[in-house]
Design a protein around this ligand. Structure first.
Ligand SMILES: [Mg+2]
Ligand SMILES: [Zn+2]
Length: 182
């Protein structure tokens, strides 16, 4: 337990105590109309603001993890994505919802080769976990595709929620799963 160090300030022991929710973007935050990269095409899903407020009240720190192969495909630029996401963060911020960080995979295996981040791989989640000392055993993910659920399982998160028809179903499930904490 006692690491050696060369004097100076005693290094803090890293505690993996952050409780995180990893959200997919398309089909969870916004309507997935295919390769959305401009705010004019970005339509927030009904209930997403309520869901994020609920998660905030349950002390989850909010992250977005999203495959953006549209960048590899040349449909839009990384800067388009980043610009859009700044706007998305601002929209949430107006409602006192803080998005801690956004991780995105700009690759596509047939165009850019294999990578470690594209879901169903857990690379984006693991990278964020290291950066923020996230405790995966108390963290959850919300996605709309099997690849999200697989990434969630690969990262060994506590719970994996799949959006089927409505965000309100997820709100209902989370209220039920965390009823002792509400
Ligand atoms: Mg999706
Ligand atoms: Zn990638």
């Amino acid at each position: 337990m006692y690491e050696t160090y060369n004097g100076g300030r005693c290094p803090k022991v890293h505690r993996r105590d952050m409780k995180a929710v990893f959200l997919d973007r398309d089909g969870v935050i916004n309507i997935d109309s295919g390769y959305v990269y401009h705010r004019n095409d970005f339509v927030f899903l009904d209930g997403i603001f309520d869901l994020l407020k609920l998660l905030k009240s349950l002390s989850f720190t909010i992250f977005i993890v999203t495959n953006q192969s549209g960048i590899a495909r040349g449909y839009y630029k990384e800067s388009d994505f980043l610009h859009l996401m700044e706007w998305v963060k601002d929209e949430f911020h107006k409602d006192s919802i803080d998005i801690k960080d956004i991780s995105f995979c700009p690759h596509h295996p047939e165009i850019t080769g294999e990578c470690l981040c594209r879901k169903p791989k857990a690379g984006m989640l693991i990278q964020l976990a290291k950066k923020y000392n996230i405790n995966m055993q108390i963290s959850i993910m919300i996605g709309d595709k099997n690849s999200d659920i697989q990434a969630c399982q690969n990262a060994r998160l506590a719970k994996c929620y799949k959006v089927k028809s409505s965000i309100y179903d997820i709100i209902h499930q989370i209220k039920n799963d965390y009823k002792e904490e509400i």
